[in-house]
Design a protein around this ligand. Sequence first.
Ligand code: AMP
Length: 279
Amino acid sequence: VRIFSSVSAANNHVHSGTKHRVLVPTMGALHKGHISLVRLARENAGGNGEVAVSIFVNPLQFEPGSDFDKYPRTESADEELCREEGVDVLFRPKENEIYAVNRSVFVEETALSNRLCGKSRPGHFRGVCTVVAKLFHILAPHAAVFGEKDFQQLAIIRRMARDLNFPIEIIGAPTVREADGLALSSRNQYLDTEERAQAPILRAALLKASEQGRSGELSSAKIVEQVRTTISNASRARIDYVELVSADDFQPRKKVERNSLLAVAVFFGKTRLIDNILL
Ligand code: AMP
């Protein structure tokens, strides 16, 4: 693995060759979810192509007062994992090269970003789009892989790539879970024992909703009510939102139709977990 921490070095590298390059943007603290993205990137790049992973804990996508300072940073373990997985390029830029002190240009998606997590986390997707646009410019990938765990993020990046004519294929990757159903996340390590024991309730509630849908329940209100009730059985859970929306534009749906997305965000203590399922 070739490690670049300066923008110009990374830029020189990518413009010195013609390899098919696939990027996996991350914030580090790499886990099996990230690894599955890396493997999908390798499949897409082929043996002669190049898999690039970026690690950057992006201050712009953390709301004021959130967990930026305590976000896990595990540099050497991440490096080792990248090596084991045969990653070709690891890009770990320094914050001062990504953000000038008097920065004044940002990338903002204006329709999808106002819903679901965007409502709870003002400015979050503006931070995400801005940093991903930068990574696309610096690393010039032919394709980039994003996880479906962050379904809204994936949709917003697709929209950005389309609307800003990035010649980059956006690839979605299925959610990787623990045996008990909890979606892997770098934030799971914040959970105390009791919270961790209760957290799989998110997945259980979504699976129950999927079952409701299959057995003919078409009312969003009924399904959302079931999910809220199920999650509320966990004493440590505090629901941020439970929404049944169109998976295309995230507009609320009264009835379950094709391509409906059921998305949840739930706090366990200060830790906010998200999950979703297509109905
Ligand atoms: P993060 O480091 O949390 O910003 O995540 C980097 C990428 O990994 C994003 O595209 C996430 O959607 C994806 N990701 C995170 N957790 C999972 C998971 N459990 N399964 C699949 N992809 C994931």
